[in-house]
Design a protein around this ligand. Structure first.
Ligand code: AMP
Ligand code: MG
Length: 393
């Protein structure tokens, strides 16, 4: 058996970052910046007023000082002339500072009568001016790789970049296998159940930035599996679900091998989970996941999501772990790394009493996978443990 970390390394070896493409800023949220983005201008491009008030020479500001108002500068239209001593320009937030001024006296500190402005009260230190380039300068960069946030989009827009270079979305084809499965909404036969985990996998991987396609269910026959894998051709990643052990009806590996895949099995020391199957099939990477719904979702989180992130150019790194205190005592762990379904509450992480890996109803209640290292001893409430967050929209 190999460790989770080693299995992940072997999966990383199957994929490389995809090529970049250019997309409009408007659809770039959540995409991964593939090349540094370079500002085309300074922001602000000129010294700008940070307040509504009166632009003057700073050294003339004192309680009771009087200025003749010689013009106005709203945002978007600078005052054309030069401002001398004893003069002021009525100015508004975002307007360029007029020549000869370096200070804004806020309007709350000024009494205006006709074209005279008098400083009343004690003006604060000021200067209420945003220097040119205070935010960024032309040539400043947003460094790749980086998953673009809402604020990043505003920054790129301010840099006057209408388009960005991002990594192409990995395409993922997801193939359920099993005679017992029907699609949701169909009428299951007496001995059948509904294919479920593929919907979790598609959602999980799309949230990472992949484009997922759920293929029609393949039956446990060579011809049906072959047809399914053929439909998956062209995807960057093919995920099969179920049929990947070594039982009589587990045909994914032999059929994939017949199609030219150099199949590797990794018996991974983890719970829940079964052997993972992986290799390259034509131009695609392929990962065979266990069919058990909870195992498939855990393996999707622990193995497939990091593989997608590598394809997006975010590097080869395991799912980031967080820490929290335990909300209750837990018994010693066995020899496999255990991903316990848990809820994160005010007292900390509370693993569910039942860890039955067939129960989707419990999986749906979980918002964290508490990670027990192999052969970890018993742990008491209050001790710090690691977990993987399960994102909720
Ligand atoms: P297998 O890996 O094919 O032996 O399947 C293990 C268990 O997972 C069996 O109980 C299957 O019925 C179940 N299973 C397989 N594929 C799916 C699926 N797509 N959705 C829900 N359950 C599945
Ligand atoms: Mg099966």
């Amino acid at each position: 058996m190999i460790s989770v970390a080693e299995a992940l390394e072997r999966l990383f070896a199957l994929v490389a970052p995809l090529e970049p493409e250019t997309v409009p800023l408007r659809v770039a949220a959540g995409r991964v910046l593939a090349e540094d983005a370079t500002a085309l201008r300074d922001q602000p491009p000129f010294p700008a007023s940070a307040m509504d008030g009166y632009a003057v020479r700073g050294d003339a500001v004192a309680p009771g000082a009087r200025f003749t108002v010689i013009g106005e500068a709203p945002a978007g239209r600078r005052f054309a002339g030069r401002v001398g001593s004893g003069e002021a320009v009525r100015i508004f937030t975002g307007a360029p500072m007029p020549e000869g001024t370096d200070r804004v006296v806020i309007q709350e500190d000024v009494t205006r009568e006709g074209d005279m402005a008098t400083v009343t009260g004690t003006p604060g230190p000021g200067p209420h001016v945003r220097p040119a380039g205070a935010d960024f300068r032309a040539g400043d960069r947003v460094a790749a790789p980086r998953r673009l946030s809402a604020a990043d989009l505003a920054l790129l827009a301010a840099m006057n970049l209408p388009e960005v270079r991002v990594t192409r979305r990995p395409s993922v084809a997801i193939l359920s296998t099993g005679d017992e499965l029907v699609m949701p909404g169909e009428a299951p036969g007496d001995d059948q159940i509904v294919a479920s985990n593929v919907f979790a996998l598609a959602a999980l991987l799309e949230a990472e930035g992949a484009e997922a396609r759920i293929l029609p269910i393949a039956r446990d026959t060579e011809s049906s599996l072959r047809a399914g894998l053929q439909l998956a051709q062209g995807a960057d990643l093919i995920l099969t679900v179920g049929g990947a052990s070594v039982g009589d009806h587990d045909l994914v590996a032999p059929v994939a091998a017949a199609l030219g895949m150099d199949t590797a099995f990794y018996k991974v020391a983890m719970r829940p989970g079964k052997p993972l199957m992986a290799g390259r099939l034509g131009a695609s990477a392929m990962i065979g996941l266990p069919g058990n719904p909870v195992s498939a979702i855990v393996c999707g989180t622990v193995f497939v999501a990091p593989v997608i992130r590598k394809m997006l150019g975010l590097g080869a790194a395991p799912a980031p772990r967080l820490t929290a205190p335990l909300a209750r005592d837990i018994a010693a762990n066995g020899p496999r790394e255990h991903y316990m379904r848990a809820r994160l509450g005010p007292e900390g992480l509370e693993p569910f009493a039942s860890q039955d890996s067939a129960l989707l109803s419990l999986m749906a209640e979980a918002d964290a996978l508490l990670i027990r290292p192999p052969s970890d001893g018993p742990r008491a409430a209050g001790e710090t443990v690691e977990y993987l967050p399960l994102p909720r929209p």
